[in-house]
Structure formats: structure tokens, C-alpha cells
Design a protein around this ligand. Structure first.
Ligand code: TXA
Ligand code: MG
Length: 342
């Protein structure tokens, strides 16, 4: 049986000691971060990291992000960053940002999947920061979900899916951002976004002067295709129910209603569109306001998780403009819909 600790208003010293002990003893702890919840384990330990792969059913070639508390810890686990990488670290860490750097051998091979590089992230969330700092241990933590499923952003979703597979679950309330960190690798001197997140293309451009988006962000990638980031190859975020994405356009609502005429479906949509969509309330899943991207970002994964509970044949998902945070949200929606777009 696992233990659930409520950390919304802090925890006591004994409970905190249990969390640190669990990490030191190669156990798994579900920890909230500002982006999504993670399944955390000691990044130095092959034994501990193996358990993460087992709990998630994660592909053996998909490396884990390593979470640190400060810059000193980055230099302990990675080779010296170059000037551009250093500037990215100073500008975006702590925060929802992951930088790929060459790793040092101290990080275990299971966490890095024997790659020469690792993704490094310094979360701004106080809870995980305190755990890393006080245990003086870098933490390997993928998103808290079974591989392929939407990432976990609230404790109810996570307990249902992973409750019996971990030792401690820390409840920190709903995650503030709701989608995972922006993953960046500097390639030939250009910061290249391998996974879009809360830190946008424009944010990076403002600091470095140049930025590129991986050409794979919205593509279906074949299993044997060469990719910069292994995570791009796998089915992701997808509900079991078939989903279709209706792109933003003047005809968006009409297209949704047309599909509804012939399909047993639910709709993931926006507050402003609700009254124009011909569907019962219990089959309308709210993504938020279309004028509030932060709200959509916060809701998107728990909204996707609601689809399978409705027992419908199809989920119709309203899209937004692929710009700024909107691009990052659309990256998740396109993948959830497995590139089925109208
Ligand atoms: O916000 C986040 O990043 C969350 C929280 C828990 O910190 N973590 C997260 O981890 O999303 P995960 O494992 O679900 O996604 C990590 C992504 C994967 O797509 C993986 O392939 C990529 O980062 N990645 C990790 N190490 C890499 C490396 N060395 N080179 C390229 N991509 C890497
Ligand atoms: Mg993930």
C-alpha cells in the first residue's frame, strides 16, 4: 500500500523524512511540479530508475529528464555548457524548461538509456525543489502517467492510474501550468525546440536572437526514423476513444455540428462556443476560454482523460491557433488525435 501525503500547505518533519528516505532507498515517489506531476526516483541509481520504466510501461530507449535544484548540481551531472546553453540556463531556470546537455557518468545508464546526453530541468515548484535540495540527489522524473496516456496534472487522475505502483504520492493540488516543460537542444549553435511547452519560441528568440522548431513536432514519426528526442516516436496523450481535431477557422463550430449529426460523440471545446454546439451538457468537456491559453493549458490533460469515461464512439476536439503557448497546446492535441485533423 502506498502513502498519500497532503503537501498543499506543507508537511511535517517526520513525513518529509519519509520522502527523503524513500528517494535514498530507491523507491518511487509521485511529486507535483509546476508543469505536470512526475514519478520521481534517485537519478544515480539504476535500480530506482528501472522501477520507473516498469511502473510506466515505458519504452527502454526513452530517457528520463533529470531534475536539479541549482546550477552547481547541473555541473555535477553534465559537461560544461557552452555560451548559448549557459544563457538559456540563466534565462529560463528555474522554470518549465529542459535543456539537453552532454552527461557525466555519475547519472545512471538506465535513466539516460545509455545516451551521451541528458535532459536537465530545474523546476520552480517549491515541493520538488526542496526534495532535491535536502536529499542532495538529482531526481529522474518522467510525467506521472502510464506511457501513451495523457500526463497527470491532478491527484485523482494519478491515483487511479498509478496508485498501486509507487510508494508515496504527494498531493500538491492541481499543477499550475498543466503541460510539460519545453525541451531544447542547442544544435549547430541554434536552440532547437524538441518539445514545445510554456517557454515559447518567442521567449527563446528574445534571449538568444535565434531559435528553431524541430520539424517533427506535428508529424507522425515512424518507429525506425532518426529523431533528436526518442519521445517523439511514441504514441502519446491519446485517449482510447477515437479523436478528431477540428482546426480553428471561421467554420469551426459548423464543422463540429456537422460531425455531431452523424456520430455518437462528445466535444472538447471552449466556453464561448458552448451555446452554439448541439450537444447535451454531459457530453461537453470544457477546455476553458478560447481567450485564455493558460487556462486551456492547465485543463488539457484532465479534459482528455474525461473522454474515455463517456462511452462515446468519437471525441471532437476544438483546436486553437498554433502560436505561442497555443502551439504547445496544439502539439498535445494533434498527438492525442493521432493526426486525425479536419
Ligand atoms: O515538465 C516536464 O518535463 C515533466 C515534469 C515531471 O518535469 N517531465 C516530463 O518527462 O515530461 P517525460 O519523461 O514525460 O518526457 C521527457 C521527454 C521525452 O520526450 C524524452 O524523449 C525527452 O524528454 N528526452 C529526455 N532525455 C533526452 C535526451 N537526452 N535527448 C533528447 N530528448 C530527451
Ligand atoms: Mg511524458
Amino acid at each position: 500500500m502506498n502513502k498519500v501525503l497532503d503537501w498543499k500547505n506543507g508537511i511535517n518533519e517526520a513525513e518529509f523524512g519519509e520522502v527523503i528516505n524513500a528517494i535514498k532507498n530507491d523507491k518511487l515517489v509521485i511529486v507535483p511540479t509546476e508543469t505536470v506531476y512526475g514519478i520521481a526516483a534517485n537519478a544515480y541509481s539504476n535500480e530506482a530508475c528501472k522501477k520507473i520504466f516498469e511502473a510506466k510501461g515505458r519504452a527502454q530507449d526513452n530517457p528520463l529528464i533529470i531534475h536539479v535544484s541549482d546550477k552547481k548540481m547541473i555541473l555535477k551531472i553534465a559537461e560544461q555548457p557552452n555560451e548559448i546553453e549557459e544563457k538559456l540556463i540563466d534565462s529560463f531556470m528555474p522554470g518549465p524548461f529542459t535543456l539537453i546537455l552532454n552527461k557525466k557518468d555519475i547519472i545512471c545508464d538506465v535513466a539516460s538509456c545509455n545516451m551521451k546526453s541528458i535532459g536537465i530541468r530545474m523546476p520552480s515548484s517549491q515541493i520538488i525543489h526542496t526534495i532535491i535540495e535536502k536529499s542532495n540527489t538529482p531526481i529522474a522524473a518522467p510525467s506521472a502517467n502510464i506511457s501513451g496516456r495523457p500526463s497527470g496534472t491532478c491527484i485523482e487522475d494519478i491515483t487511479q492510474e498509478l496508485g498501486d505502483k509507487v510508494d508515496i504520492i504527494i498531493d500538491g493540488g492541481k499543477c499550475k501550468i498543466g503541460i510539460e516543460s519545453t525541451v531544447v537542444k542547442v544544435i549547430d549553435g541554434i536552440p532547437t525546440i524538441l518539445r514545445p511547452g510554456y517557454v515559447t519560441e518567442n521567449d527563446i528568440k528574445k534571449v538568444i536572437g535565434k531559435v528553431a522548431l524541430s520539424d517533427k513536432l506535428f508529424k507522425k514519426v515512424e518507429k525506425n526514423e532518426k529523431v533528436e528526442s526518442p519521445g517523439m516516436k511514441y504514441r502519446h496523450y491519446a485517449p482510447k476513444t477515437r479523436c478528431v481535431l477540428v482546426e480553428k477557422s471561421e467554420e469551426q463550430i459548423k464543422k463540429v455540428n456537422d460531425i455531431l449529426k452523424s456520430e455518437d460523440a462528445c466535444v472538447l471545446g471552449f466556453k464561448e462556443d458552448r451555446e452554439f454546439i448541439n450537444i447535451d451538457d454531459n457530453k461537453f468537456i470544457l477546455l476553458g476560454s478560447k481567450y485564455n491559453l493558460e487556462e486551456i493549458s492547465q485543463n488539457v490533460f484532465s479534459a482528455l482523460r474525461k473522454i474515455d469515461k463517456l462511452n462515446v464512439k468519437l471525441a471532437i476536439v476544438e483546436g486553437i491557433e498554433r502560436e505561442g503557448l497555443g502551439l504547445s497546446i496544439m502539439n498535445r492535441l494533434v498527438r492525442a488525435c493521432e493526426n486525425n485533423i479536419v
